[in-house]
Design a protein around this ligand. Structure first.
Ligand code: SF4
Length: 114
């Protein structure tokens, strides 16, 4: 499997050899972050989820997961997020929901004033 590492702007082309769901070798990465990225990408890909939640008065607040979540959990996490309502004030960086997936929090990426 060929991947382009997205961990930094260098964008190294990485080749991963996989058999029976196990990583046999990783080539092309120029640092350990690339190896970890490639291993995770083929075994259990993860992404930061960015979206928005509604406030009690109908405004929207942008949010994201504080760390990447499993891609396979995206729909389940979105179902949880769609049930969340926030109340102003909300500050950037504020935890909107603890442990939205595993032990990862959902945090605000925009302010909502009173
Ligand atoms: S392998 Fe390392 S240097 Fe290359 S893109 Fe990934 S993080 Fe950057």
């Amino acid at each position: 499997m060929r991947l382009t590492c997205v961990e930094c702007p260098m964008g190294c082309e990485i080749e991963v050899e996989v058999s029976d769901g196990k990583v046999l070798s990783v080539k092309g990465n120029t640092c350990p972050r690339g190896k970890a990225y490639a291993e995770n990408e083929v075994i259990c890909p993860r992404r930061v989820l960015t979206t928005s939640v509604r406030s009690a008065d109908g405004k929207m607040v942008s949010v994201k997961t504080a760390f990447p979540i499993k891609k396979s959990e995206t729909f389940a996490v979105m179902e949880k997020i769609n049930k969340i309502t926030v109340t102003a004030p909300v500050k950037i960086g504020q935890v909107v929901c603890e442990n939205i997936s595993e032990d990862i929090n959902l945090i605000a990426t925009s302010n909502l004033n009173d």
